[in-house]
Design a protein around this ligand. Structure first.
Ligand SMILES: [Fe+2]
Ligand SMILES: [Fe+2]
Length: 272
């Protein structure tokens, strides 16, 4: 995305402040628990015995309970509730289990805004992320493409947007000007969210192929990664179907954001 902010403008100052925050050793994004990281790595083995995976998840009873709750939620299952992690794993399979695991581990914190004002934007971002993950599964199946990580990549492609939203909502006094000007905030986030996402991906030790998606999903035309192209296509599809930003045919996403925003939430309109 090529955008040069005017020198000394709110946009330039906020961009610099966010870049400094991300580079600081005190920057504390939501972290992926070590056990979840281990389970994600384990899940990359297609011959994995699901009992081994279930035993690992059950080492943390809080995570196991959340895993079951997410796996049994209407988004992932319409069948009778699974009563054990192993039963849930057998039903949803390893590919979906990764998304369930990630959501169970970090969603309650990652998509949580520090103030009510940002709740709508966070909720939209969560729905957007889930929808892009589902669209990735659909696209790869429909096109017969073997990309087992595509759905997980879809789920985390806007990890940076959630991270920036959290940071700004936690430090509102520092970003008062930016928050007041919603469209400016959207522009800053549009430019910075791939970079912010990459920082978090490094801390989570996500595979390079998923990091590439996080960094390149808005520049898919210049990427040689098939997964970047699939996630970008799914992102566009979801925006066209659900997102106000996609209604900006021929216009900017920010314009659509302004037209459709109907709450006090400066992040409402999710143009990510
Ligand atoms: Fe994005
Ligand atoms: Fe997106």
């Amino acid at each position: 995305m090529h955008w040069v902010a005017e020198k000394g403008s709110t946009e330039e100052l906020a961009t610099q402040k966010l870049l400094n925050a991300m580079a600081s050793p005190t920057f504390r994004p939501v972290m992926l628990p070590a056990l979840a990281r281990e389970a994600l790595q384990l899940s990359r083995d297609p011959n994995l015995d699901l009992r081994v995976m279930a035993q690992l998840i059950e080492k943390d009873q809080v995570l196991a309970a959340r895993f079951l709750a997410v796996a049994n939620s209407s988004f992932f299952s319409r069948a009778a509730a699974a009563m054990s992690v192993h039963a849930a794993l057998s039903r949803i399979g390893l590919e979906t289990a990764r998304n369930v695991l990630l959501l169970a581990s970090v969603a309650p914190f990652l998509f949580a805004a520090a103030s009510k004002q940002f709740e709508d934007g966070m909720k939209q971002l969560r729905i957007h992320s889930l929808a892009v993950a589902a669209a990735c599964t659909y696209l790869t199946k429909y096109k017969g493409i073997s990309l087992p990580d595509a759905s997980l990549a879809g789920l985390v492609h806007d990890l940076g947007a959630a991270t920036l939203l959290r940071h700004v909502s936690e430090h509102q006094a520092d970003f008062a000007e930016l928050v007041r000007s919603g469209p400016t905030m959207v522009r800053v986030f549009q430019v910075l969210h791939p970079l912010a996402g990459a920082r978090v991906a490094d801390r989570w030790q996500l595979p390079e192929s998923i990091r590439e998606v996080i960094v390149g999903h808005h520049a898919a035309a210049s990427s040689s990664s098939l997964m970047v192209k699939v996630v970008a296509a799914a992102d566009g599809y979801v925006h066209a179907l659900l997102g106000s930003s996609a209604r900006a045919s021929g216009g900017s996403r920010c314009q659509a954001y302004r037209e459709n925003r109907n709450t006090e939430d400066p992040a409402s309109g999710h143009p990510w």
